[in-house]
Design a protein. Structure first.
Length: 251
């Protein structure tokens, strides 16, 4: 015992002991809280069971096991690569500046993947017959679907920077082929036909999408290693658009 403690009266010694006991109680309580708030470790074999559920029953069944099931798919640009923006331009029936104003994700017909329907408002048409102010429906692979039981499934596209709503982009688009259309749910295909709406897809997958702010630099949506991304990412957006208009003037 220290000298200052020897000189304390019984009442003072009791107060000192009470303070020490309070510190110990607080420390123990903090230790208990830390134990109860520790993150839960993944259940052994959960990833394997979820993947098997995806194979046999699709994304909804995988989400029932994993709660939030996330998978990554490759893009069309993994199969073929655009040599330059001219080849993207030539291969597209619509090249336009626009904004995504709505996104609607769907499970594909086989329920093993997700496509997202982008509603695109056209600001400027560089190639094609859609007037400014028109609306284009774009079917893109990937997206996030939430189920009624609180679970969800997400399909991410390898290397793609997902475009947010309201930003200006250049869209290089082609008419959707039968494969893209057949992947949509039957009820959605029926709705589109009834509305007389056509569906487009990005030319060369994510390579056919570039962010072009009013004042700023181009940002390619595809992988940074894609040729068109190397050639144009970081370029002045106004200069990039001038090049596209010059290509249109050659036709």
């Amino acid at each position: 015992m220290r000298d200052d403690q020897r000189n304390q009266t019984p009442r003072q010694l009791w107060r000192t002991a009470t303070r020490l006991m309070a510190v110990v109680v607080v420390w123990c309580a903090a230790s208990v809280v830390a134990v109860h708030t520790a993150p839960q470790m993944p259940v052994d074999g959960q990833a394997e069971r979820a993947e098997e559920a995806w194979r046999t029953g699709g994304l909804r069944e995988a989400a029932r096991i994993a709660a939030t099931y996330v998978m990554t798919e490759t893009d069309l640009s993994d199969v073929t690569v655009a040599a330059d923006v001219r080849s993207l331009f030539v291969g597209s029936n619509l090249v336009a500046v626009g904004q995504i104003i709505d996104k609607t994700p769907y499970l594909t017909a086989g329920a093993r993947s997700i496509r997202t329907e982008w509603t695109v408002s056209i600001l400027e048409t560089i190639k094609g017959d859609v007037e400014p102010g028109g609306i284009v429906t774009v079917s893109a692979n990937g997206g996030l679907v939430s189920f009624g039981d609180g679970t969800s499934a997400e399909v991410k596209i390898d290397g793609r920077n997902e475009p947010p709503l309201g930003e200006r982009y250049v869209f290089f688009l082609q008419a959707a082929d039968e494969d893209a259309l057949s992947s949509l749910p039957q009820e959605r295909r029926t709705e589109l036909r009834a509305q007389g709406r056509t569906v487009s897809v990005l030319t060369q997958g994510s390579e056919g999408l570039f962010q072009v702010p009013l004042s700023g630099k181009v940002r390619a949506a595809g992988r940074p290693t894609d040729l068109v991304a190397i050639q144009h990412s970081g370029e002045d957006a106004a200069e990039f658009l001038s090049q596209l208009r010059a290509l249109a003037a050659e036709r």
